[in-house]
Design a protein around this ligand. Structure first.
Ligand SMILES: Nc1ncnc2c1ncn2[C@@H]1O[C@H](COP(=O)(O)OP(=O)(O)OP(=O)(O)O)[C@@H](O)[C@H]1O
Ligand SMILES: [Mg+2]
Length: 269
């Protein structure tokens, strides 16, 4: 990988499906050292953007390159080993399996659900170290489907880090967590982002207060169109948030995090 190249480049991406435009002329660059939040209403195109970046969807037009690899000229399954992914849909894959927490973490090395290769002592010690990083070493041998949502999400974060990814995609990682579990997970993410070997983080959320200090930039999208992108303090303004969410809001920064309030209730009709 060439260090000078952007981590992600989307160049004029269009994605149309059944006559509907899902992404419209989306351009985005993520440089090394930046961590981005991705915001937008349900169905605005956030997950679709993530799928373009991980090669699970191809754009109708435009160019994608990730970690210096131009799509169309690169081995995507190989590239995916450098990308960690956490989402609640991945949790469901493990719901019906009898894997222990440590096995789930180790499976991240092979980017598989379940383990089909030989496990080394190094794998085990790395997985334990990661569980330790999230303070859940004591859960190593507990079955994944018996863990609480918050514990499970930490296991999935550890799993995503098992392959030492260069890019970490978090699609609504705090979904379904209570405020305590959420703050704990955010603290763990903040802690991880502080590390000198931290991957570039892309963080999708519906809750802007989850934009912790280590997230440096934000991209806001509405119906497949980029509303704004850039340094978070420049783009998380009332005006831009209103355009993105179609609700009048006020924003207040507290403890280096943005908090949103609804100015007036939407009325029907
Ligand atoms: N494979 C597909 N075929 C047809 N339409 C699709 C496909 N994938 C996504 N869409 C549509 O594209 C739009 C954007 O979906 P996407 O999942 O990217 O939204 P999102 O911003 O992640 O929303 P949410 O916040 O609800 O997760 C939606 O209207 C969805 O129905
Ligand atoms: Mg989504």
């Amino acid at each position: 990988m060439n260090q000078d190249k952007p981590i992600i480049t989307l160049n004029k991406i269009n994605w149309r499906r059944k006559g509907k435009t899902i992404l419209n002329e989306v351009s985005w660059e993520v440089q090394a050292g930046e961590h981005w939040a991705l915001l937008g209403l349900n169905g605005s195109g956030k997950t679709s953007m993530l799928k373009m970046i991980t090669g699970y969807q191809w754009p109708s037009s435009g160019e994608v390159s990730v970690l210096g690899n131009v799509f169309g000229k690169t081995n995507i399954p190989e590239l995916r080993k450098s990308i960690g992914w956490v989402s609640s849909s991945l949790d469901q894959e493990y719901q019906t399996r009898a894997d222990s927490a440590i096995e789930v973490v180790i499976s991240g090395r092979f980017a598989s659900i379940g383990i089909y290769d030989e496990i080394t002592d190094d794998d085990r010690s790395k997985a334990m170290e990661l569980l330790g990083q999230f303070r859940i070493k004591q859960l190593a041998n507990q079955l994944i489907h018996t863990l609480s949502q918050g514990e499970k999400r930490k296991v999935m974060l550890a799993r995503a880090l098992m392959s030492s990814p260069k890019l970490l995609v978090l699609d609504e990682p705090c979904n379904g967590l209570d405020i305590h579990a959420k703050e704990e997970l955010l603290a763990a993410i903040e802690n991880m982002a502080d590390s000198p070997v931290a991957p570039t983080i892309i963080y999708v959320t519906h809750h802007i207060e989850e934009i912790v200090p280590s997230l440096t930039h934000a991209l806001l999208i509405n119906s497949g169109n980029v509303v704004a992108k850039g340094e978070k303090k420049e783009v998380l303004t009332e005006d831009i948030l209103e355009k993105t969410f179609q609700v009048p809001v006020t924003v207040k920064w507290e403890n280096e995090r943005p908090w949103i309030r609804i100015k007036s209730f939407l009325t029907q009709g």
